[in-house]
Design a protein around this ligand. Sequence first.
Ligand code: UN1
Length: 499
Amino acid sequence: MKTFKNFIGGVWAEPATGDYFDNVNPADTRDIIGRFPRSGAEDVERAVQAAKQGFELWRRTPAPIRGDVLRKVGDLLSARKEEIAQLMTREMGKPLNETRGDVQEGIDTAYYAASEGRRLFGHTVPSELRNKWAMSYRRPIGVAGLVTPFNFPMAIPTWKMFPALLCGNAVIFKPAEDVPHTATVLVEILLEAGLPPQVIQLVHGLGEEVGAAIVAHPEVPLISFTGSTETGRLVGEVCGRMHKRLSLEMGGKNAMIVLDDADLELALDGVLWGAFGTTGQRCTATSRLILQAGVHDEFLSRLVDRVRALRLGDGRKEGTDVGPLINANAVAKVERYVGIGQAEGADLLCGGRRATGKGLDAGHFFEPTIFARVKPCSRLEQEEIFGPVLAVIQVESVDEAFAVNNDVRYGLSSSIYTRDVNVAFRALNELDNGITYVNAPTIGAEAHLPFGGVKQTGNGHREGGWEVYEFYSETKVGYVDFSGVLQRAQIDTYLGTPD
Ligand code: UN1
């Protein structure tokens, strides 16, 4: 079995701890992909010291040149897209068409970042004084600690890493322990593209050990974390105490609203993809379906037929619709919520148990599950499950649908199916989410638009698009007075000093 290493200080390095963990294929737990370092605080310390050196070099590299490296990264990802998708599916389970999309999101992010190297706009504005210029511009910050989840092993690390690098920061990358192989390949590609080796450090291991050490390190001023709201709260507490700049992307309980006038066939395709794509393991997953009374029964019966026909299996096999959950803990959590749903009196229409049978017994498979007659404000309706469980709520009116959508503590994405343009625009205005889709499901964000949510989904920052470049850089203002005399702002112009 292959043993993998960290990348610290410009070399592939064994962990100071001497410990390793197995990386297991969730579709077949007998298939071990390799052993990866279970690193500790000493590895993080070495990574930070190396990254500080990398930062000194990289921040002096002109942004367009930094962008050229990222363009090359995009080219290399494109050339190896199929091979990387294969290893990603083996490592985290989702079907190949999804891992191909995940790599494509990384490619899109790379090319967008490359182009940003020739923008990174500041402002030049008029000064209130004569012969004086006033402008703002962007500077890198330092070492960025990036802690990423398993569900998008390529896209999410690239969302963070490419803007961080483009802005001139050095990076310490701690990928989820379920997907260390994809992370290793990504770092190999960055190096092949010409990134100076000290600029990127890869430290494998567990969140409680490596992630926590990065977050708490005084010389890492910038932290970006995607994961659960519970862990995000701990990260936020530490960063708050230490005055760090922090971007959090956390939970979701995203709803799709289907109104009486909707195109039902379109909405059916949408909910299948939104709820059961990635086995429901997306922060953008459709985990609630809000049906207006006029279409409720018909839509549900058609949906249950479609869900029963979904094919579970190894994502590398042609024809697989739904892959496994990521690990045994995820299965246990989903089982727990099925129990909660039943105890709360919701109707279990399909699924609700581990999937067994041909080719499934050695993997973490769970049957796509639908609960109907779910009560607003019940736990099943409120809490993030991160699995293939859809909670259906019946409503009478548009107003009630909007109220149910908004009455959760999360606010990532929402979706509405209607043919009424006025209602569609009302939804854009009134749904409390960072992203609202009209006539499309709750998933499918594109790399060049800001991504993130309101309420307890985030802390006000956005990934993707133009906004993320503000997170990874500091605004600085420069004033140049070329008048040759002392000019006093707020005073000389307004107190009548002559020309
Ligand atoms: C996530 O759900 O964790 O919008 C990220 C989407 C993807 C990214 C999802 N582009 O579904």
